[in-house]
Design a binder for this molecule. Structure first.
Ligand SMILES: NC(=O)c1ccc[n+]([C@@H]2O[C@H](COP(=O)([O-])OP(=O)(O)OC[C@H]3O[C@@H](n4cnc5c(N)ncnc54)[C@H](OP(=O)(O)O)[C@@H]3O)[C@@H](O)[C@H]2O)c1
Length: 310
């Protein structure tokens, strides 16, 4: 039997439960993966939180968009082999001890990469690649990252630095040392942010990435970056579209960047495998403690990726 996590009602983490189900057999073009780690992301809380819709027909709802594990069975027409260690993204129902997924959703996991790191790499990493691609971040750019200490922020900082950019990133003071260790110049968000940024970059900022969606993030970005094509948000689906900045992801009118994100997977795996791109894991939980994992993330106390280890 396979253990799965499901939301049995819309609302908070108290609605999460585990169940035992008969595992499905992989069909043509599919593989079965024994999950060793599944990344936890804010979108996982949002899909059953109610704000994105609360159609009872969608219950019970499986959760999780990324996992790492070992292929245990292959369907017809598949190039992978039983025993391959893989990272699966983007998939549905990753919070499980086993998943059956399209073979096209998996890429090889570098042997040097830990399971928790592999399980928490792709959603944030691919989102960061999409942000940097959409704003054409390159050598010599000064890049402002709003929300640098979150999962996406930690990836965006490192990938922007690898492209030769100077990175300034907002975070709480307790997270500044972690950001510095990745090559960013940290700055505290909140009152006076614009003045602090102007002092840090008197010659101006070329690119702003909003990973938070606050008015402060949008307003400082608009004030500091002349070219609106070089401002992108993944979290502001309200005022950002009318401000003429790039809106990325799954929100209304946003650019989903499906191809860019899918194509980013092999390079992300390579960089993480060679240790050039670090996945900072903040906390791990078994599937049975998924509600605690979600409470930690919702409280903003994760300090790195939260990962489920079945
Ligand atoms: N559209 C897409 O494709 C897409 C993809 C991935 C994620 N997202 C969304 O992007 C957001 C970030 O995702 P994530 O995975 O990075 O989240 P996360 O790991 O939960 O990080 C959230 C971060 O927000 C920071 N923060 C809280 N209030 C802030 C403020 N007022 N100003 C600046 N930073 C603040 C916290 O920093 P401190 O701890 O330093 O205070 C925390 O590190 C979420 O809303 C998520 O749903 C969208």
């Amino acid at each position: 039997m396979a253990t799965i996590v499901q939301a049995i009602a819309f609302g908070g983490p108290e609605n999460l439960t585990t169940a035992e189900v008969e595992p499905a057999a992989p069909g043509p073009g599919e593989v079965r993966v024994e999950v060793r780690a599944a990344g936890v992301n804010p979108i996982d809380l949002k899909v059953y939180g109610g704000a994105m819709g609360a159609d009872p027909a969608n219950l019970p709802m499986r959760l999780g968009f990324e996992a790492a594990g070992v292929i245990t069975e292959i369907g017809p027409g598949v190039d992978q082999n039983v025993g391959d260690e893989v990272i699966a993204f983007r998939i549905s129902g990753a919070y499980a001890s086993e998943v059956v997924v399209p073979a096209t959703a998996v890429v090889p996991k570098p042997a040097s990469l830990g399971w928790a790191e592999a399980g928490g790499l792709m959603l944030t990493g691919a989102t960061a690649v999409h942000l940097l691609t959409a704003t054409a971040v390159g050598d010599g750019d000064t890049v402002l990252v709003h929300g640098g200490s979150g999962g996406v922020g930690l990836m965006a900082i490192q990938l922007a630095a690898l492209r030769g950019a100077r990175v300034i990133a907002t975070a709480s003071p307790r997270r500044h040392a972690a950001l510095e260790s990745l090559g960013a110049e940290p700055v505290t968000y909140g009152d006076g942010l614009l003045e602090r940024l102007q002092a840090m970059a008197p010659e101006g900022i070329d690119v702003a990435l909003d990973l938070i969606g606050t008015d402060e993030a949008l307003e400082t970005s608009l004030a500091l970056v002349a070219d609106r094509d070089r401002i992108a948000t993944i979290a502001n689906f309200g005022s950002a579209p009318t401000a003429g900045v790039k809106v990325l992801g799954g929100g209304p009118g946003a650019d989903p960047g499906t191809e860019v994100r899918a194509n980013a997977r092999p390079e992300l795996a390579r960089l993480a495998g060679e240790g050039t791109l670090l996945v900072q894991v903040g906390a791990t939980y078994p599937l049975t403690e998924v509600a605690e994992a979600h409470r930690l993330l919702a409280a903003g106390r994760a300090d790195g990726k939260v990962v489920l280890l079945p």
